[in-house]
Design a protein around this ligand. Structure first.
Ligand code: GLU
Length: 417
């Protein structure tokens, strides 16, 4: 068995596939394959015990042709420059696909946030924000939460950036608390988008969303609320999981209740009353209608793709399926709703938040969710129409639209000098 494809390998292979279908020249391919700007920083951290430790942080701006760079900040022990590059590239295609005026970026710090206190994480965030400060700003590059970061991280980031400038700049990050310029509806936006994308795919296949069983890998910001929304909309959620493992009940479970207990201090979904413990690998291979991988990259690979029984995979995570696995799933007739479409609800509402910040004018939650639904449903329809027209997968169609628009922006702007 070949080694599992990394996120950066996957991103490059997907780009090459889109380039081939679009018939772009080699120079344009190279331009799109290469990040525009990369910054690596050291983050000296004073631990609570007084010792100093030096962490590593990154910010990659993959493309700036359609507008300022946009993308989250990840705190994870396995984060490295190549992962951040891949995630930045996917942000470029995602923003382009859903038609919001941004390029793509991603940031990260190599750290396991669970091993650090809140005050230590605050110091890490403030130092990281100061270090990457010169290339960040509402007109330049706008971070947001990702794996391991949340709205508190964004609040510290915004405060640090603002203090360094001498005035409050709410539009420098999105995914902030509503009390300091965040948007109504941002917290659940990615998960809501996952549900909208899943329902669009199910309806297209003639399936009734209320008759389907669902397994969700990841019970964090995206997976937890996706499980809840799908359950609330009538789906039977039979399995959920977190880093420690999964919980399974063929009769279904109530994710809202589990989320409440997590907030009240429950450490894991493993061992939840009325469920059987399963592993994360077993969850992926369950006999369900819909599988939502909502954790990390490359979890569906050439080693397990053939054992996936779900008819639909709706990618809440970025890059959960490798190109090797995509080929197997396609020949097995599995419909994969790709990440840059399925999880784009988060950045869609980030865009709404940034627009509200720039105008200092606030929208209601209803307005936000209505517009989110509009963007997601029209993007899905566009992707699915192109997939049918060109006889390609939803992933290839989504990439073709995303990549094609960025290539078009390059052509129209021209090369300087
Ligand atoms: N981290 C999220 C993503 O991967 C959100 C990015 C954003 O809102 O800028 O799409």
């Amino acid at each position: 068995m070949a080694a599992r494809q990394s996120a950066w390998e996957s991103a490059q292979i997907q780009l090459a596939e889109a380039v081939r279908h679009l018939g772009l020249d080699d120079g344009t391919h190279q331009l799109l394959a290469t990040p525009r700007r990369e910054m690596t920083v050291s983050i000296p951290l004073r631990r609570d015990d007084g010792n100093v430790e030096v962490l590593r942080g990154y910010r990659v701006q993959h493309n700036l042709s359609r507008g300022p760079a946009k993308g989250g900040i990840r705190y994870h022990p396995s984060t490295d420059i190549d992962e951040v590059r891949a995630l930045a590239m996917w942000m470029t295609w995602k923003c382009s696909l859903i038609g919001i005026p941004y390029g793509g970026a991603k940031g990260g710090v190599t750290i396991d946030p669970r091993l650090y206190s809140r005050t230590e994480l605050e110091r890490v965030t403030r130092r990281y924000a100061s270090e990457i400060g010169p290339i960040i700003g509402p007109e330049k590059d706008i971070p947001a939460p990702d794996v391991g970061t949340d709205e508190q991280t964004m609040a510290w980031f915004m405060d640090t950036y603002s203090v360094n400038r001498g005035y409050t700049v709410t539009g420098v990050v999105t995914g902030k608390p509503v009390s300091i310029g965040g948007s109504e509806g941002r917290a659940g936006a990615t998960s809501r988008g996952v549900m909208i994308a899943a329902f669009a795919a199910l309806r297209e296949a003639g399936a009734n969303p209320r008759d389907v069983s669902v397994a969700v890998q990841g019970f964090g910001k995206v997976g937890g609320l996706a499980a809840q929304y799908l359950h609330d909309a009538g789906c039977k959620v039979v399995a959920v999981s977190d880093v420690k493992g999964g919980a399974y009940n063929a009769m279904g479970m109530n994710p809202a209740k589990m989320l409440r207990e997590m907030r009240a201090g429950m450490e894991s979904v493993v061992g939840y009353p009325g469920t059987d413990a399963i592993t994360n690998e077993e969850l992926l291979e369950l006999d369900v209608d819909v599988l939502v991988p909502a954790a990390l990259e490359s979890v569906i690979h050439d080693g397990n793709a053939d054992r996936i029984k779900a008819r639909f995979i709706v990618e809440g995570a970025n890059g959960p399926t490798t190109p090797d696995a995509d080929a197997v799933l396609e020949s097995n007739g599995v419909v994969v709703v790709p990440d840059i479409l399925a999880n784009s609800g988060g950045v869609a509402v980030s865009y709404f938040e940034w627009v509200q910040d720039l105008q200092a004018y606030w929208w209601s939650e209803h307005e936000v969710t209505d517009r989110l639904r509009g963007i997601l449903e029209s993007s899905y329809a566009e992707v699915s129409a192109l997939a049918v027209e060109r006889g390609v997968s939803l992933r290839t169609a989504a990439q073709m639209i995303g990549v094609g628009r960025v290539a078009e922006a390059h052509r129209t702007r021209g090369l300087y000098p």
